[in-house]
Structure formats: structure tokens, C-alpha cells
Design a protein around this ligand. Structure first.
Ligand code: MUC
Ligand code: MG
Length: 385
């Protein structure tokens, strides 16, 4: 049990009633510009959620967005408003350890808004875990791994800079798999860029790409052949999220597996992708699935359909990354590893002790709850306004 709790009388210590829920918007600069098909970011925007229980314990959660409501429909402004106006009133005075009941209440209070719900639920797991002196993974069935292979994303759009950045990551034994963000430039320019990267890193690194829905079917069919010849291992969301039918046609003609990202938010979406054979792999993210429990629900549907799991991100700080690690650690098979490089792309992290990256892996923190401690000074410093 954490030292601070030992000073509290046992009956009060056990009181897991939710007292307050606070949502703070923060903007943290990135070390370089990160370009996607739909947007480009030089600062990451988060909503940090602080849930205080009647026993005095505070739990932390985070919702990440990529440059406003461009990657999905939620923005930090909408996330904060949803939490303040709808989710917090639905949960105050209820029991923090009744996670399923909290999901029911949040779903009744607001449709979708999955990033907002995910941040609140993460904070509940953190608060309850800290109270019980258990990692959140133990509350989710228990961890089956303590470290996860972690890739780095190349997204400046300049192949010379990207090769140099990849070399530095390889040299430091931090990352040997790289995800390249494509779709911001023309397919021809992107294929030329991928050719340069594949040649420069041949035999020393694994490359995957994420087109973030940028292509139509004919472009995708043309490009998957080029990418296959270059030895690219995985192609993420080449087509619009709504077009599972065309994803299935491209998948059937591609020797490189396709990964669903923006097309899978709910377990129902996952079932649709499986039924239509639209992808062989799925990227799991708390912001899409509405929390840690929702992430496990989507993973269960994928596993039942023989679709492989990949630990996705939205450039979370160590707060959001830790929540993902807690749930990813409990998945029986995570063959594609994860991409929680977010803490390293920020000029400064939001926790007192950042997550550990070593030997091409990100390591699960060992403390209770999410295993991280929010840096109150940084929260104040990066808080908007
Ligand atoms: C996405 O679409 O996967 C994750 C890494 C990155 O660079 O962008 C995000 C979102
Ligand atoms: Mg993606």
C-alpha cells in the first residue's frame, strides 16, 4: 500500500467513492513537425483527467488528439466539455471500482466520445489500483508480459531527415521498426520516399506504412505492389474508414497484410472488418475503444476472428502510454508489438519518471495503478491559458 494511504484510517482508506473529476487541456511541443495525411502537428494536445476519491487518492488519465478534430471527431475542447458537462456528473458519488457500471453510466450520458470516456476510465483504474496497491493490469486479468517491442514513427516527410532519425534510433538500440506516415504527399512522391528509406535501412530495420485513409482503391492497388517489392511489412488504413468493401478487395490482392485503424472503434466495427475480411491486423487504441475494458472487448473480437493485434497510439505522453501498456500487457498475443513512442517525441513528458525505453522495447512501469506519477509543475506549465 502506498505510504500516504497508511496514515488514513482503514475504513476511510476503503472508501472508493468518486469525489471530484477535473479535466485540464495541455499543449506540449513536439521535437519536430509530425505530418499525417490529414494534419501536421508541432504540439500535442491532451486532456489530463484527475479523479479524486473520498479516500484522498488521485487517479490520472489522458485523452490525446492529433491537431484538433482531424484524426477523429473529438478535439481537446470537446473532450473537456463532455467530461465536465456529462461524464463527471454521471460518475460523482459512485464507486470507482465498479468499472463496468461506470461504462454503462458514461454510455448513457454521452454517445461515442470515446477519447473522453477512455481518459476518465484510465483515471479510475489508476485511482483504484493506487488504493489497492495493484497495477491496473492486475485489475484487467493480469500481465503476461513486462515489456513490449516498440516502433518509432517517421513523419517529417523529408527522406534524408527520416533516414538520419532512424539511424540515431537504431544506434541507440531504441527502435528497429519504423512506421512511415504517408498520404500527405502524392502517391508518386511517397513511393519515391519509401524507396529511399527501404534502400537505406535494408536488412537493419522493419518498415511499415500508415496512409491514414488517403488513397482510393486504384491508388491503393498500385501502391501495395510497390510497397510489397520494397519489403514493407504492414500497410495501415490505406482507404477511407467507411470503405471496408474496397479494403477487402485490396487485401485479397496484396501480399502485404493490411491493418485497420480508423475503421475500428467499437467491437461492432471489428466484427464488420472481420466479416468482410477487410484487414489481417487491427490497431488498438484507448481513444477509439473508450477505455481499457473497451480495448479488451475489441481485442477479443479480433482474436476470435483470427485478426492479429497491434498496440496503437495517438502520440500519448507517458500518462496515456502507461494506460495502454497496462491493457496491452494483459493480451495473450500481441504479435505486432506497439508504437508508444509518444513520450519521446515530446520536448518534455508530463510525469515525474518517464517510461523506460531500452533494447527496442518499452517497459511496463512497476508501480500501482497506471504506474506513473503526474508532474504537477508541468501540468501547470503546459495547461492552456
Ligand atoms: C495513427 O493513425 O496511427 C500514430 C502514430 C502516428 O504517427 O500517428 C498516429 C495515428
Ligand atoms: Mg493509423
Amino acid at each position: 500500500m502506498p505510504d500516504t494511504l497508511l496514515a488514513i484510517p482503514a475504513d476511510l482508506r476503503r472508501d472508493l467513492t468518486i469525489g471530484t473529476i477535473r479535466a485540464t487541456i495541455v499543449d506540449v511541443p513536439t521535437v519536430r513537425q509530425h505530418k499525417l495525411s490529414s494534419t501536421s502537428v508541432t504540439a500535442q494536445n491532451y486532456v489530463i483527467v484527475q479523479v479524486r476519491l473520498a479516500n484522498g487518492v488521485e487517479g490520472i488519465g489522458e485523452a490525446a488528439t492529433l491537431g484538433g478534430p482531424r484524426w477523429s471527431e473529438e478535439s481537446v475542447e470537446s473532450i473537456k466539455a463532455t467530461i465536465d458537462t456529462y461524464l463527471a456528473p454521471a460518475l460523482i458519488d459512485t464507486q470507482a471500482d465498479h468499472f463496468e457500471s461506470a461504462r454503462v453510466r458514461m454510455n448513457a450520458a454521452a454517445k461515442r466520445n470515446n477519447a473522453a470516456k477512455g481518459a476518465v476510465e484510465s483515471a479510475l483504474f489508476d485511482a483504484v489500483g493506487k488504493t489497492l496497491n495493484l497495477p491496473a493490469s492486475a485489475l484487467l486479468g493480469g500481465a503476461v508480459r513486462a515489456a513490449i517491442p516498440v516502433l518509432w514513427t517517421l513523419a517529417s516527410g523529408d527522406p534524408a531527415q527520416e533516414i538520419e532519425e532512424a539511424e540515431r534510433k537504431l544506434q541507440a538500440s531504441l527502435h528497429n521498426t519504423f512506421k512511415v506516415k504517408i498520404g500527405a504527399q502524392s502517391p508518386t512522391a511517397d513511393m519515391a520516399r519509401m524507396t529511399k528509406l527501404a534502400r537505406a535501412l535494408e536488412g537493419r530495420a522493419t518498415l511499415i506504412v500508415d496512409a491514414n485513409q488517403a488513397w482510393d482503391e486504384t491508388t491503393a492497388l498500385r501502391c501495395v505492389r510497390v510497397l510489397a517489392d520494397l519489403g514493407i511489412s504492414l500497410i495501415e488504413q490505406p482507404l477511407p474508414a467507411w470503405n471496408n468493401v474496397a479494403m477487402a478487395r485490396v487485401s485479397a490482392r496484396s501480399s502485404v497484410p493490411l491493418m485497420a485503424d480508423e475503421s475500428v472503434f467499437t467491437p461492432h466495427d471489428m466484427l464488420d472488418v472481420a466479416r468482410q475480411a477487410a484487414a489481417e491486423v487491427v490497431s488498438l487504441k484507448i481513444v477509439k475503444h473508450g477505455g481499457l475494458i473497451g480495448t479488451k472487448a475489441v481485442a477479443a473480437v479480433a482474436e476470435a476472428a483470427g485478426i492479429s493485434l497491434y498496440g496503437g497510439c495517438l502520440l500519448e505522453s507517458s500518462v496515456g502510454a502507461a494506460a495502454h501498456l497496462q491493457v496491452f500487457a494483459t493480451l495473450s498475443d500481441l504479435p505486432w508489438g506497439c508504437e508508444h513512442f509518444g513520450p519521446q517525441i515530446l520536448t518534455e513528458d508530463l510525469v515525474t519518471e518517464p517510461l523506460r525505453f531500452a533494447d527496442f522495447h518499452i517497459h511496463l512501469p512497476t508501480g500501482p495503478g497506471l504506474g506513473i506519477t503526474l508532474d504537477a509543475d508541468k501540468l501547470r506549465r503546459f495547461a492552456r491559458g
